[in-house]
Design a protein around this ligand. Sequence first.
Ligand SMILES: NC(=O)c1ccc[n+]([C@@H]2O[C@H](COP(=O)([O-])OP(=O)(O)OC[C@H]3O[C@@H](n4cnc5c(N)ncnc54)[C@H](OP(=O)(O)O)[C@@H]3O)[C@@H](O)[C@H]2O)c1
Ligand SMILES: CC(C)CCC[C@@H](C)[C@H]1CC[C@H]2C3=C(CC[C@]12C)[C@@]1(C)CC[C@H](O)C(C)(C)[C@@H]1CC3
Length: 593
Amino acid sequence: MPSRKFADGEVVRGRWPGSSLYYEVEILSHDSTSQLYTVKYKDGTELELKENDIKPLTSFRQRKGGSTSSSPSRRRGSRSRSRSRSPGRRPPKGAHRSASASVSHQADIKEARREVEVKLTPLVLKPFGNSISRYNGEPEHIERNDVPHKNTQEKFNLSQESSYISTQYSVHPRREEIRLKEVDSKEEKFVTKELAVRTFEVTPIRAKDLEFGGVPGVFLIMFGLPVFLFLLLLMCKQKDPSLLNFPPPLPALYELWETRVFGVYLLWFLIQALFYLLPIGKVVEGTPLIDGRRLKYRLNGFYAFILTSAVVGTCLFQGVEFHYVYRHFLQFALAATVFCVVLSVYLHMRSLKAPRKDLSPASSGNAFYDFFIGRELNPRIGTFDLKYFCELRPGLIGWVLINLVMLLAEMEIQSRAVPSLAMILVNSFQLLYVVDALWNEEAVLTTMDIIHDGFGFMLAFGDLVWVPFIYSFQAFYLVSHPNEVSWPMASLMIILKLCGYVIFRGANSQKNAFRKNPSDPKLAHLKTIHTSTGKNLLVSGWWGFVRHPNYLGDLIMALAWSLPCGFNHILPYFYVVYFTMLLVHREARDEYQ
Ligand SMILES: NC(=O)c1ccc[n+]([C@@H]2O[C@H](COP(=O)([O-])OP(=O)(O)OC[C@H]3O[C@@H](n4cnc5c(N)ncnc54)[C@H](OP(=O)(O)O)[C@@H]3O)[C@@H](O)[C@H]2O)c1
Ligand SMILES: CC(C)CCC[C@@H](C)[C@H]1CC[C@H]2C3=C(CC[C@]12C)[C@@]1(C)CC[C@H](O)C(C)(C)[C@@H]1CC3
């Protein structure tokens, strides 16, 4: 039987969950199976603590004075701030997303909340609003002997906090927390209304807070990525696309430009815009903006996909030559790049006239940087939301169409009656991914791209050029570099893809449901922790298994759709490498927040 360090009835100091503060507690009991101690705080709260979170009284120095005590009761401001936000609720735009660039905006928002909450008194105090910095299950090393209950007022506060702590900390399931959140959400409406009257200030952010390596980094990305894209496609066109054959033969620039191709690209974009405008599909509200407004979005991406398939099917039936796209693939990539540059210039120009409250929290005041990251958060022409439209339609649906073009090109070039198994795998894996994104279109409204980043060159290029022309790379590769895949190998790849998909979808659905309605009874069994931002994080279910299960699933899928290309060359695995870098970077942005 494992030994225990502390005896029942012993008075020790127990760490206040999620903080680095220790309070006097009495050991009530010890559970030998879970190795948890049940302890009682002075105000009567009982909690279960790990042995690591308990220290003998003797291991603390008595602090002199105490006027600067940071005991929870001293942080009433923090708690009040937190009180106004239902845990798990997304905050208004700008407060939400991870980015060092948004520091000043965040401060602004916090300030707004503080002002609002002053008006909300008397408060039903909620514990540990901003006082819990992070809980990682391990004790923190900073140990301070903050003595609670300095006076009656403090004692009262701690007691208020303590009465909630076990549910807040979510050592136990969240039913009680859900009840509290319902009360919370009523108050929230009032808070949102208050926020609506606050004016939004855009304070330029310091150079060191800029993301992507600041102006030099952004410069490199803006000029480097298009060059990289063309080099990658040119490498792939070589008979032997080995890295040793770098650089590939370069075509003259004029050979890459074809006005007709540009016209076809424009036509594609306009058809998608037309489908977007169709009054079919439900209309939902996005997350609250800084001024409390919620924009409306029509969810008809899946219908757009069905309609596009019908149009493409009809064209195939009519004998339209899709091989044209394969033969002019580089010209299409250039047409899309030119379109994206023109769009970015337009976006930047219009953003100069945009009211401050409409600017992205990521914008900095530096024109070049803002051209890249995007100045305006939700540029709209009437009800037409340019960013939301570009995120899912022309590029993502375009990716599926390009894959189909490659499948047909493979059959033609390799004189096949049916496509290769490798090509079928790549096409179906990626089709599933795109259909899933369109089917779950609403989830895009809570991604960092929509909530935090403006619409500028980065997303325009990412959505309209990078996604369709890089993500279809495996199919493009297979056209000129066939790879025979056996059925047993194909089965393993399918299993890998499905595993990735189950993790990806399970995690994203759980997170989206939680962000949409933290009180969802279906999520009542899940555990959460409170964070210093005032939001809650899931720490069980998929989100208790690994920090970013959705990224993990996505990466597994990325690997699964590269494997059909075989192991002759590294190029088809470029996507996995790039994607790992992208997700690690996104993870860091999220973690920063
Ligand atoms: N194929 C591609 O190129 C590509 C590129 C990027 C992303 N993706 C995929 O798109 C999906 C969305 O990506 P994303 O970058 O927006 O990241 P995400 O991880 O889905 O979203 C980040 C947000 O999730 C919330 N969150 C993080 N940890 C949480 C937890 N433990 N409990 C509850 N909520 C938590 C946080 O919301 P709050 O801020 O509200 O706390 C955070 O801001 C992912 O599956 C990703 O793999 C694909
Ligand atoms: C520096 C640039 C080249 C970076 C470009 C990044 C973009 C390619 C990505 C940023 C956000 C991504 C994204 C998807 C695709 C790739 C991005 C646009 C996504 C539409 C893929 C399907 C998913 O299901 C998704 C809808 C969750 C996802 C949203 C984010």
